[in-house]
Design a protein around this ligand. Structure first.
Ligand code: PLP
Length: 450
């Protein structure tokens, strides 16, 4: 398979100029814009690890649909599952046998899952889970962490990408909404602390413990690149929430199925009360999962009083796609085999580190499983642990790098305001990773020549 060299003059520009007349900003969501390119990527199709542009240019893709397409763009099993769903008719009012099958698979794989409810997006799942936690505890407040993103609604859209600043240990941060149009009253129910600072969580519980319904976190904070939790910190947060009767929610919409089929909770050995999955669970077909302890999940209507339902909840396309995705992810060697995702991660990250060192580019490459951050301007040897450690990263160099890679046929998605994350999936084999490294190296030479 040859990679056609994309031309630097982007043929997509004319399309987006026309699209702006009828589509807000010419795109279907803010995050589609690639700040490095000044516009979104215009695709005609996807094939394995490639995005194919309308002019036939093929880009080695390190975006993978916001982290959802873990098996590549044309996985035969997922395609067959969707075809089976089509053959059934677009049926999504009655239940079928497949929702139960998928729920059972998730219960078997994910340590915290005893019961399951399906939703359509990560945002819907976090919204439902927070209401569920509030119903279960009869409390209002939630505690979230700086730099963690949980979707686009009023209950969680706070402090996802604040300006760089000095934070003192134990500090409870000022709550700051990331969108206009959020009534101030919502902020009264949100407490924000820095990630990996146990004293701040303790402080929050000292002040507000009896009012805290839930602590919600990305157990691997991919939305700030790839920030791991200290294991002692995570265990302590588990203990504090248990002691105070608060619901611990792991938002694994991004971290689910990155380190193994038991997700980040299996990776750490820390089990939350409620888990949210999305993205990779159905390889890019819309589906989200709310899963958790039986007594908490029983709070959902019609067993309990916490409302959750939807025209498309448990839609057959997503459910069938997820069954096929889990079949593929559960195959031996997918994560830890010789050419599994973890080995490919190491191959890519060590290759990138070598290139940056050789080309004298200061960049911290930090990955957990097949998702990673490129923190330009930060010390390559120092592991950042919290949002403020990376808030000052050099986003201009990231944009220049992504532009240079794009010209060499490698696609990195760069957000305007958030740090962002990159990643790959099972379609990126050793040959693809090596080809990527060659192209990235050439891009770095171009950068130096610019
Ligand atoms: C950790 C996390 N939670 C929730 C969401 C929201 O998911 P969705 O975009 O499907 O609404 C995202 C999306 O990026 C996410 O990364």
């Amino acid at each position: 398979m040859t990679v056609v060299q994309p031309s630097r003059a982007d043929s997509a520009t004319a399309h987006f100029d026309a699209a702006r007349e009828v589509l807000v900003a010419g795109i279907s969501g803010t995050a589609r814009e690639n700040a490095a390119l000044g516009q979104a990527m215009l695709a005609a199709s996807g094939e394995g690890p490639y995005i194919v542009a309308p002019d036939g240019s093929r880009f080695l893709d390190y975006f993978t649909g916001f982290g959802s397409v873990i098996l590549g763009y044309d996985h035969a099993g997922v395609r067959a599952a969707i075809e089976q769903a089509l053959d059934m008719g677009i049926i999504h009012g009655p239940e079928t046998v497949y929702q139960e099958q998928l729920a059972r698979r998730i219960v078997n794989l994910v340590p915290s899952a005893e019961m399951v409810r399906f939703a359509n997006s990560g945002s819907e799942a976090t919204m439902a889970a927070i209401r569920l936690a509030r119903a279960h505890t009869q409390r209002a407040k939630i505690l979230k962490f700086e730099g963690h993103f949980h979707g686009i609604h009023e209950h969680v859209l706070y402090n996802t990408h604040p300006e760089p600043r000095t934070v003192t240990t134990g500090e409870i941060l000022e709550t700051s909404a990331d969108s206009a149009g959020i009534p101030a009253a919502f902020a009264d129910a949100v407490i924000v602390t820095p990630w990996n600072d146990l004293s701040a969580v303790q402080h929050a519980f000292e002040l507000y413990g009896p009012d805290i319904a839930a602590v919600i976190m990305e157990p691997i904070n991919y939305n700030a690149g790839a920030l791991l939790a200290d294991i002692g910190y995570l265990r302590a947060v588990r203990e504090i929430t248990r002691d105070h009767g608060s619901v611990l929610i792991f938002d694994e919409v991004l971290s689910g199925f990155r380190t193994g089929t038991d997700c980040a909770q299996g990776f750490y050995g820390v089990t939350p009360d409620v888990t949210l999955l999305g993205k990779a669970v159905a390889n890019g077909v819309p589906l989200a999962v709310i899963a958790g302890r039986r007594d908490v999940m029983s709070e959902l209507a019609p067993l309990g009083q916490s409302a959750h339902s939807g025209t498309y909840s448990g839609h057959i396309f997503g459910v069938k796609a997820a069954l096929a995705t889990l079949d593929a992810l559960e195959a031996p060697g997918v994560f830890d085999g010789e050419s599994g995702l973890l080995a490919m991660s190491e191959r890519l990250y060590s290759g990138l580190r070598d290139i940056f060192e050789h080309r004298d580019i200061r960049c911290r490459v930090q990955g957990v499983g097949p998702r990673f951050a490129l923190y330009f301007g930060l010390d390559p040897e120092v592991e950042p642990r919290a949002y403020q450690d990376i808030a000052g990263h050099d986003s201009d160099t990231l944009k220049q790098f992504a532009r240079a890679c794009y010209a060499r046929g490698v696609y990195f998605h760069v957000y305007e305001v958030v740090v962002g994350h990159h990643g790959f999936g099972t379609a990126h084999d050793a040959r693809i990773i090596d080809e990527t490294l060659d192209r990235v190296d050439a891009a770095c030479v171009d950068l130096a020549a610019d």
